[in-house]
Design a protein around this ligand. Structure first.
Ligand code: LMR
Length: 396
């Protein structure tokens, strides 16, 4: 059976952590995955999540409904859409997903079921590598929109390809904190992107894994989503992950939503979501859903969560600044101001593959092969070490 099986190279981001863990050197630094770390470089259990776990410690082991926890779905929808017309008119279908990846997968499955004709999915170049794998595995024709040029968002390049997308194509948008570049469109640019999507009858899917990491506020970081579905009244899918924003990485807690044109379409879209869920994971996991539901629905815990988002986003921002200032202090060749212009969890350094290899071999500093670093992996104990290592890599 397996004679013709071909080895598939391992996932590059997870390999970084594997290599890091296998390295015995005490100076090692992991700037690979998009996982928040505290000022001591340790995983952080959010105080709000600690509070929530005491409420759900005895949640039992029964199945959730196929669409997931009702409270979690309602609270997740309210979190993103509160104050919009789709929310007040009840025009939002939703289903719990296996974190952001599972939510995107369900969105793709549902769009296939709604219209099985061949369709292109446009993703940004560069993007989170799983976008290509996910959508090409579902049989979509994956195409790329230029995204990054001269250390910033390549708006002209992006628009030049977007305007050629055939009607019905799916466009994957990063709601905020673009992964990996940390460069988001300005509000004016978002408006122009939205007009093309509207005019060409394209379908937007917002990948929303880093809400709260730009500004510290989910409300501010959902501006683009609200512009599309409220101001313009567009249909869209919004896929949420609570891995980063609640630090619930291993619980696989996410939400897929579809904003419809009319209330009468919501039951149909919910039925297709349930059908797609049943065919793939059957029912979603309970523990993470109960925690997230408790965080979102309990006023004092939700207030604490808002503070936790500010703690995380502020620490990342301050590490960006310290890291940049250290590179300036070292007079490291080149302009590094993009490190403080970028937002969210990542810094797209722009160093070469040879320099990345040098950092790993000589300094035991691990990062994605795209030159992306997770700024959350920096702290007061290592940013000078990392800056000095980059300085050395750039000079040699
Ligand atoms: C990342 O981009 O590092 C994270 O989203 C982790 C992952 O699943 O790739």
């Amino acid at each position: 059976f397996f004679e013709n099986a071909q080895y598939i190279p391992v996932d590059a981001i997870f390999q970084v952590t594997k290599d890091f863990l296998a390295d015995p050197d005490p100076r090692k630094v992991n700037l690979g995955p998009g996982t928040y770390r505290d000022e001591k470089g340790q995983p952080w259990i959010l105080p709000s999540v600690r509070m929530a776990t005491t409420l759900v410690s005895d949640c039992g082991h029964e199945y959730l409904p196929i669409a997931g926890s009702k409270v979690f779905r309602e609270e997740g929808v309210q979190l993103v859409f509160n104050g919009t017309k789709p929310f007040s008119e009840g025009r939002i279908a939703s289903c719990q997903g296996l974190s952001g990846t599972g939510a995107l997968y369900l969105a793709g499955q549902v769009l296939r079921k709604v219209d099985p004709s061949p369709k292109a999915v446009y993703i940004t170049d560069p993007t989170w590598p799983n976008h290509d794998l996910l959508f090409s595995s579902m049989g979509f024709d994956v195409k790329y929109l230029p995204y990054y040029k001269d250390k910033s968002f390549d708006f002209e390049g992006y628009m030049s390809v977007l305007v050629t997308a055939p009607p019905g194509s799916i466009i994957i948008l990063h709601s905020c904190a673009h992964n990996p570049t940390g460069c988001d469109p300005s509000k004016e640019q978002w408006k122009k992107i939205a007009s093309v999507i509207q005019e060409r009858h394209l379908f937007p899917i917002f990948d929303s894994a880093y809400l709260g990491f730009n500004s510290g506020s989910v409300n501010d970081d959902t501006w683009a989503i609200k512009y599309f579905v409220d101001e313009l009244g567009l249909e869209a899918s919004i896929c949420l992950s609570f891995a980063k924003s609640m630090g619930l990485y291993g619980e696989r807690i996410g939400l897929v939503t579809f904003v419809t044109k009319s209330l009468s379409q919501v039951d149909t879209m919910n039925s297709i979501l349930e059908n797609a869920q049943r065919a793939t994971v059957s029912t979603p996991p309970k523990y993470g859903a109960e925690i997230a539901a408790a965080v979102l629905s309990t006023p004092d815990i939700s207030e604490q969560w808002s503070k936790d988002l500010i703690t995380m986003s502020t620490r990342i921002k301050s590490m960006r600044e310290k890291f940049y200032e250290e590179l300036v202090r070292l007079d490291t060749p080149g302009d590094w101001s993009h490190m403080i212009k970028q937002t969210g969890m990542f810094g797209f350094t722009g160093i070469s593959p040879a320099q990345i290899t040098h950092l790993q071999a000589k300094y035991h500093i691990y990062m994605a092969n795209t030159s992306r670093i997770s700024i959350a992996g920096l702290n007061d104990g290592n940013f000078e070490y990392v800056a000095a290592a980059i300085d050395d890599a750039v000079r040699n």
